[in-house]
Design a protein around this ligand. Structure first.
Ligand code: ADP
Length: 592
């Protein structure tokens, strides 16, 4: 039994109040019963005394009027015995004239019984020094010839009445104690049945307030109270609604967080004091922030004066701003375009600023590449054209008469023309790819056949004792545009031939994996320095910057075309090379 009396709960309050009410009811009831019984007994006794005395009152009056003292005493004797009490007779002057069974030696005068001389019968409880205990007095007028000649006072002890009443009081006490326990017992269970659902509701409400939404109040006995049932239902509905609302809020928040986290652009939002309220991972990475900077001032987190100034403008002047800034990171430069905009909610309850950081390095590089591309094409065209022009002019001027020399010049013109054609072809392929015009109509291409067909091409371009080894285990099929892949392999093979010694061995290999095939062109040529490897795929990039003569067909576009074609096939290129030892160029492409 958990009384929980330590704290003033609804249950203890209910129990305590029931207890007090029960006590008051029992007390009032008990006292009323005792009062009733006492009044009843006394009334009965009074009636009895009246009845007993009235019968002899006439004889007493006559004897008193005649002044027959003996007779008076006799009658008093009879009245005293009949009523089992003491009897006094007081004359008109208020003096005690006779008394039974005791007579008083001293003269006694009473004024307080005057009402009797007016013809009234009185009755009251008296406590005087003449009696040991409280007595019931009944005073009656003694009339003779319709005149009150004396007052008869009958004193009877009420000890027995009191004893009886005490007995009744004791009984009442016992009954009260028993009733009290019984009522308390009933009240305990009753209060519990009333307070338990409320306690239950209270506990659930506390859990909900701690964030455990969706908890339900279960009322075991639905008959207890309609109000409690209504309260429980309301709490349950509220809990459901809260759960739904919180869930959708969490979903919204997580969506926003995922969107922010997944964004490549950095985002920083500040409140009107300039303190950061939101920052996503990209922004943290951009500023190399390793700890959570929420709550910190933007000035303490970001060093860049342009950004600080833009936030200041957004917060103070409520004006947006955009800037391009350059972050220097180790050897590279990162170009960032950032927009800073003031935030103002409709009800003006919140003000702040938000900045978006966009990495435009790629675009920047691309634009630069485009510019370089045009410059490079012009440059690459200029050299062979000048050479052709010079040779033709010399031949036309007739300066060279030696037929052998003339032939040499004509051969040079042819070589330069070939170089020009090659450059223009490669530029056209790249232009086609850039304009999105490259159609990749994929077929099932047998690599073995493709490799074997390339042997003829190799033999045409190879240097003296160069060898080509094919390594393709059985029939491997890839899903690709045959002509484009052939172009890729031609470019790679040409490079290997170009950068390998005259007796070098070039290997063309294919290795099949689960879903893709790895194709490699390996040579034991000049190799490429490690620091050049990451640039090798860029347009017009040549490791040999001096563009040495003898490498005239070198445009620096071959690998860029390879990369573009493979990426159009959803594949990826790779290169491994050790300067002075050789290179391995290759790519991964899907199996058919
Ligand atoms: P190019 O048309 O000049 O060969 P590429 O784009 O094909 O242009 O190659 C770019 C540069 O990469 C070349 O100038 C060369 O320095 C280097 N390169 C390409 N392939 C090889 C290779 N197999 N061995 C050594 N260097 C190579």
């Amino acid at each position: 039994m958990d009384l929980s009396l330590g704290e003033s709960t609804f249950f203890t309050k209910l129990l305590f109040r029931f207890f007090i009410i029960t006590m008051i009811v029992i007390l009032i009831f008990g006292l009323s019963v005792i009062y009733y019984f006492k009044t009843f007994y006394i009334q009965q006794k009074r009636t009895q005394i009246n009845k007993n005395s009235t019968a002899v009152l006439e004889y007493l009056a006559r004897s008193f009027a005649k002044d027959d003292k003996q007779e008076v005493v006799n009658w008093l004797n009879i009245i005293g015995k009949l009523n089992e009490g003491q009897v006094w007779l007081i004359n008109e002057q208020g003096y005690l004239t006779f008394s039974y069974p005791y007579s008083f030696s001293e003269e006694k005068r009473f004024s307080r019984y005057e009402g009797i001389f007016e013809g009234n019968t009185i009755s009251r409880e008296v406590t005087t020094s003449d009696f040991e205990n409280t007595m019931l007095l009944v005073g009656m007028p003694v009339k003779y010839d319709d005149k009150v000649i004396a007052a008869l006072l009958v004193f009877t002890p009420i000890k027995e009445i009191n004893a009886t009443v005490n007995q009744i009081a004791k009984l009442m006490g016992l009954i009260s104690i028993f009733s009290l326990f019984l009522i308390l017992f009933i009240t305990y269970f009753w209060s519990r049945s009333l307070s338990n659902p409320l306690r239950n509701i209270g506990n659930i409400a506390a859990e909900i307030s701690k964030g455990k939404f969706g908890k339900k109040v279960e009322i075991e006995d639905k008959r207890i109270s309609k109000e409690v049932n209504m309260l429980a239902d309301s709490i349950n509905i509220m809990s459901d609604k809260l759960e739904q609302t919180i869930r959708s809020l969490i979903e919204e928040k997580s969506k926003l967080q995922h969107v922010l986290a997944g964004m490549e652009e950095g985002i920083i939002a500040v409140n009107n004091e300039g303190k950061i309220i939101l920052i996503n991972q990209s922004a943290s990475d951009l500023f190399n922030l390793e700890t959570d900077v929420k709550g910190e001032h933007i000035k303490e987190v970001v060093d860049e004066p342009k950004i600080k100034a833009a936030f200041k403008t957004a917060l103070n002047d409520e004006q947006g701003d955009w800037q391009e800034i350059v972050f220097k990171k180790e050897n590279t430069k990162q170009y960032i375009l950032f927009h800073c905009t003031p935030i103002k909610l409709e009800n003006e309850s919140f003000q702040g600023g938000v900045a978006l950081f966009q990495d435009i390095s790629q675009r920047y590089r691309f634009e630069k590449l485009q510019e370089e591309f045009v410059a490079n094409v012009s440059h690459e065209l200029k050299a062979p054209l000048s050479s052709i022009k010079g040779s033709v002019e010399l031949l036309l001027d007739g300066v060279i008469n030696d037929p052998k020399k003339q032939e040499q010049y004509l051969e040079m013109i042819l070589e330069e023309s070939n170089s020009l054609t090659h450059l223009i072809e490669e530029t056209l392929i790249l232009a086609e790819i850039d304009s999105g015009g490259l159609e990749v109509n994929k077929d099932r291409v047998n690599l073995k056949t493709l490799f074997e067909n390339l042997v003829l091409f190799f033999n045409n371009i190879k240097k003296e004792k160069q060898k080509l080894e094919l390594d393709v285990a059985g029939d491997i099929f890839i899903s690709a545009n045959k002509e484009k892949i052939r172009q890729v392999l031609i470019n790679l093979l040409s490079n290997s031939v170009k950068f390998s010694p005259v007796e070098g061995t070039i290997k063309l290999e294919a290795e099949k994996f689960k879903k893709e095939v790895k194709i490699m062109v390996k040579d034991n040529g000049t190799g490429i320095p490690e620091e050049e490897l990451e640039n090798i795929w860029e347009r017009f990039y040549k490791v040999d910057k001096a563009r040495t003569p003898g490498k005239k067909s070198s445009s620096g576009l071959g690998l860029a075309i390879v990369k573009q074609i493979i990426e159009e096939h959803q594949g990826r290129v790779f290169v491994e090379s050790i300067s002075g030892e050789g290179s391995c160029f290759g790519f991964f492409i899907s199996c058919a």
